[in-house]
Design a protein around this ligand. Structure first.
Ligand SMILES: Cc1ncc(COP(=O)(O)O)c(C=O)c1O
Length: 382
């Protein structure tokens, strides 16, 4: 038991460092409801999933919420609901987790990379519009680190061209744009409740839809294309499956964890944001280390606190010596062999990718950690 604990701690801290970049949030209070669920005789998709969805609907201010087994499934399902198919084009960003873009390939569609703003890492709406063709079916945007993309501009482009906007909000639970929750704005928003996100269901995800008909279709497709609410006769053997679906639904065990996690999420977000504000102030006028340039009309979730650093490898070594875990977190996607057919020039991605790095910002940081991180960055600056 001891060995397992130690190796997990090492993993989380990125190799035995003192201040981890990520940490699993799991309150003790989960044990009682979890035990009750596990012993209830019902652990598949049932009443706890329905309850978690109800609570999430309240959180997002959107009745169309589908909980799923992970964020990648949410992206896959959103693309299906946007009717993306073989040979279609999806405009996307290369600066993300590969999970954003692999579901596009899974549908036989083509990726058209749009560039990013190198000071937010989010997709550039002007470049998106330049890249639209008659084959474009959807735009995929990613809220890097939880900082919302330019949603007014992106939604206006989507409407103008009769295509769908899909938000990869896997970093962005709790973020708001013009005071509206992410998850209540665009055609589709995709969330991840994977282990190290602000809130976790161990693995899990959610898809929010703008339209009720997309939501209803998504509810079918997340479980083989079968209506679970239809009157049960012989284990639904008599149901006709009209279009193929997936096994993407959430189960009651994950939903039990999610319901408990929701009680803490506001406090978690508050801590991430407060820590980020400390860094914003401390790093405002440095030469070698620069914070991102964020607008005040939206509020990020700060899953990451990303900086741009001159001489990044030296900085990484410096932070390592000081016991602070840092990482690029995601590598640009367009250099992967699987995406070789979609190559294009992306100066914004080149610029951001060469300097970007994330430092610890989460709920687990104590005052002494924050001070140590700020002091170390200031010392590096010299
Ligand atoms: C931007 C982004 N999109 C999608 C995903 C996939 O989420 P999941 O691991 O829940 O499938 C992740 C995972 O961390 C992510 O960072």
């Amino acid at each position: 038991m001891q060995t397992v604990d130690k190796s997990i701690a090492k993993l989380l801290s990125g190799g035995g460092k003192d201040i981890p970049l990520f940490k699993v949030f799991m309150p003790q209070s989960i044990l009682e409801p979890l035990n009750a669920c596990l012993m209830s005789g019902y652990i598949g998709e049932g009443p706890r999933v329905a309850e978690f969805e109800k609570q999430l609907s309240g959180w997002f201010g959107n009745d169309n919420v589908l909980t799923l087994n992970n964020g990648t499934s949410a992206l896959q399902l959103a693309l299906r609901l946007a009717n993306v198919g073989y040979g279609d084009e999806v405009i996307s960003t290369a600066m993300t987790c590969s999970a954003t873009n692999e579901p596009i390939l899974a549908l036989g569609a083509k990726i058209v990379w749009a560039d990013i703003n190198p000071w937010t890492a989010n997709i550039d709406p002007e470049d998106v519009e330049r890249k639209i063709t008659p084959k474009t079916r959807a735009i995929m945007c990613v809220h890097w680190g939880g900082y919302p993309c330019d949603l007014d501009e992106l939604n206006a482009i989507a409407v103008r061209h009769g295509i769908k906007l899909i938000e990869d909000a896997c970093h962005a639970f709790g973020a708001t744009y013009h005071n509206k929750p992410i998850g209540s704005i665009s055609d589709f928003s995709c969330f991840s409740f994977q282990a190290i996100k602000h809130m976790t269901t161990v693995d899990g995800g959610a898809l929010t839809c703008k339209s009720t008909s997309d939501n209803d279709r998504g509810r079918l497709l997340r479980w083989y294309g079968i209506d679970r609410n239809a009157k049960l006769q012989d284990l639904r053997c008599e149901a006709d499956i009209v279009e193929y679906g997936y096994k993407f639904h959430m189960n009651d065990v994950s939903a039990t964890i999610g319901i408990e996690q929701l009680k803490y999420i506001a406090e978690t977000l508050k801590k991430h944001r407060a820590n980020a504000a400390r860094y914003d102030e401390a790093f405002a006028n440095l030469e070698l280390v620069k914070p991102m340039k964020y607008k005040k009309d939206r509020l990020g979730s700060y899953w990451l606190y990303t900086i741009r650093v001159k001489n990044r490898q030296k900085f990484v070594e410096y932070m390592k010596q000081a016991g602070i875990a840092v990482s690029k977190v995601h590598a640009r996607n367009d250099t992967h062999s699987m995406f070789r057919d979609f190559k294009t020039t992306l100066p914004g991605v080149d610029e951001f990718n060469s300097e970007q790095l994330s430092i610890p910002v989460g709920w687990w940081l104590e005052e002494s950690h924050i001070r140590h991180i700020i002091d170390t960055v200031l010392e590096y600056q010299g």
